[in-house]
Design a protein around this ligand. Structure first.
Ligand code: NAP
Length: 287
């Protein structure tokens, strides 16, 4: 068997076109375009690439977007005051503070300061709580993007056994909630999980969010499984690779996401989707 490629780049392009058409409709109806503010504190190299991609994506679909660059020495109070201002601005539908933040800033305090209705990352406890209760509004982008990709396989997810490797607040945990909401039976593994390989061998769906290059081996994968590789790891030669041994796993899986060009573009496209949703909800609440 050779796995079919779940082409995140192509699915994300379709999603962007759909969003662009919706923005055109809003403009034609005399409404302002959705507005996203991205805040970058410091000069982390990977973060610079991520915010540039988000900016480009915003421009492509016709959003109003601003990138606010703050020095690494910005105090937590200064950042919180900026968020307070952005929370009040009527032309701002989404606020994204790029993580990680410098060590002297408490990321939880920053996440919780953003109005839940402008929390397009979906990380605020209010939005996570709504996802727990199966009444989501703004959902964390990476897991939601993975669900969009899974839908594209056309495979019925109901009753499938899913195993997630990684339990972070931004990927593993919300991924668990998304797959559970889709009626999968979900196991979440982490660094203290015993017999990880055995758990993976029973999985119809594997989501790898570990941060270890080529961690998932072909012999751990059940023939025909769907394998979603969330990992983005930079190797010594400058190239990118995921958390799955893609070349070997491709011979066993039914579907696999490439890195790059898999989950990464979907995360950005889903951020646009969330920002559009936030804008539509803001417009509706003004009516
Ligand atoms: P993280 O916060 O570092 O979490 C990594 C998780 O992997 C932790 O739960 C950890 O367990 C678990 N883990 C580490 N070593 C393990 C092992 N040997 N066996 C089993 N579990 C192990 O990472 P993250 O933020 O979720 O990101 C994960 C990866 O996804 C990274 O490569 C990141 O760059 C990438 N990422 C990609 C996107 C995208 O858009 N494509 C978005 C976000 C993240 P413990 O909890 O026990 O420590």
């Amino acid at each position: 068997m050779s796995a079919q490629i779940l082409d995140g780049k192509a699915i994300a392009a379709d999603l962007r076109e759909h969003i662009k058409r919706r923005v055109d409709e809003l403009r034609a109806a005399g409404q302002r375009p959705p507005g996203l503010i991205v805040v970058l504190v410091g000069d982390d190299a990977a973060s610079q690439v991520y915010v540039r991609n988000k900016q480009k994506a915003c421009e492509h679909v016709g959003f109003h977007s601003e990138l606010l660059r703050l020095p690494a020495a910005t105090s937590q109070d200064e950042l919180l005051a900026l968020i307070d201002d952005l929370n009040l601005r009527e032309d701002v539908d989404g606020i994204l503070v790029q993580l990680p933040l410098p060590r002297h800033i408490d990321e939880d305090a920053v996440t919780e300061r953003i109005l839940p209705t402008k929390d397009v990352d979906g990380f605020h406890p209010y939005n996570i709580g709504r996802l727990v209760l199966r009444r989501p509004i703004l959902r964390p982008c990476t897991p939601k993007g993975v669900m969009t990709m899974l839908t594209q396989t056309g495979i019925d997810l109901v009753g499938k056994d899913a195993v997630i490797i990684g339990q972070s607040n931004i990927v593993g945990r919300p991924m668990f909630l998304e797959l559970l909401m889709a009626r999968c039976t979900v196991t979440v593994c982490h660094s203290k999980t015993r017999d990880l390989a055995d758990k993976l061998r029973g999985a119809d769906i594997i989501v790898a969010a570990v941060g270890v290059p080529r961690f998932v081996k072909a012999e751990w994968v059940k023939p025909g499984a769907i394998v979603i590789d969330v990992g983005i790891n930079r190797l010594d030669d400058g190239s990118l690779c995921g958390d799955v041994d893609t070349a070997a796993v491709t011979a066993v899986a039914s579907w696999i996401t490439p890195v790059p060009g898999g989950v990464g573009p979907m995360t950005v496209a889903t951020l646009l989707e969330n920002t559009l949703l936030a804008a539509e909800l803001h417009a509706a609440s003004d009516d």
